[in-house]
Design a protein around this ligand. Structure first.
Ligand code: FEO
Length: 174
């Protein structure tokens, strides 16, 4: 009778979950590069916003690490691909963030599909938090992109908008 609890996860799902650790860390590093761009442009609210996003993405990666450990499987850490460091404008930087969130949403959807195909309903359930989180993140960054486009060269208006944005915790309490 097997006693190894790692047998509860299917190999395909383990591979996908490990890959998502890298994907979330890549998103974290990309946000750090975007925050750094805004820091250099003298826009501290935007820099702070993207630094917080970077921290959140690292927390997402850690949720996958914990899940794999809880399921009796040691995570495998791989290299993080290069991120973009050069941005031509605030719009370009936030467009990069928007495209990143759409990409992560597709990655999460693919993982949900894989867990369903493999009859891994434990992983399927675990992923539901990320499905909801992606809706919130895509919506937030897409609105920010619209605000930046409306503001044109008046980026101090965007700074004011970001200053008034609820934080993740405040949003959850609302
Ligand atoms: Fe964890 Fe915003 O993707």
């Amino acid at each position: 009778m097997p006693t190894d609890i790692s047998l509860i996860l299917k190999p395909g799902c383990i591979e996908g979950l490990n890959q998502q650790i890298v994907n979330e860390m890549h998103a974290s590093l990309q946000y750090l590069a975007i925050a750094s761009y805004f820091d250099g442009e003298g826009l501290p609210e935007l820099a702070g916003h993207f630094n917080r996003q970077s921290n959140e993405e690292r927390e997402h990666a850690l949720k996958f690490v914990k899940y794999l450990h809880d399921a009796g499987t040691r995570p495998i850490f791989k290299s993080i691909p290069d991120v973009r460091n050069d941005f031509s404008s605030a719009t370009d930087a936030v467009q990069c963030a928007f495209e990143g969130e759409v990409k992560v949403t597709n990655q999460i959807n693919d993982l949900v599909g894989l867990s369903h195909k493999e009859n891994d309903y434990m992983t399927h359930t675990f992923l539901q938090w990320f499905v909801t989180e992606q809706l919130e993140e895509v919506s937030t960054v897409s609105t920010l992109l619209q605000v930046i486009k409306h503001a044109g060269p008046s980026l101090l208006l965007v700074e004011d908008y970001v200053r008034r944005m609820p934080t993740e915790t405040e949003g959850a309490d609302a």
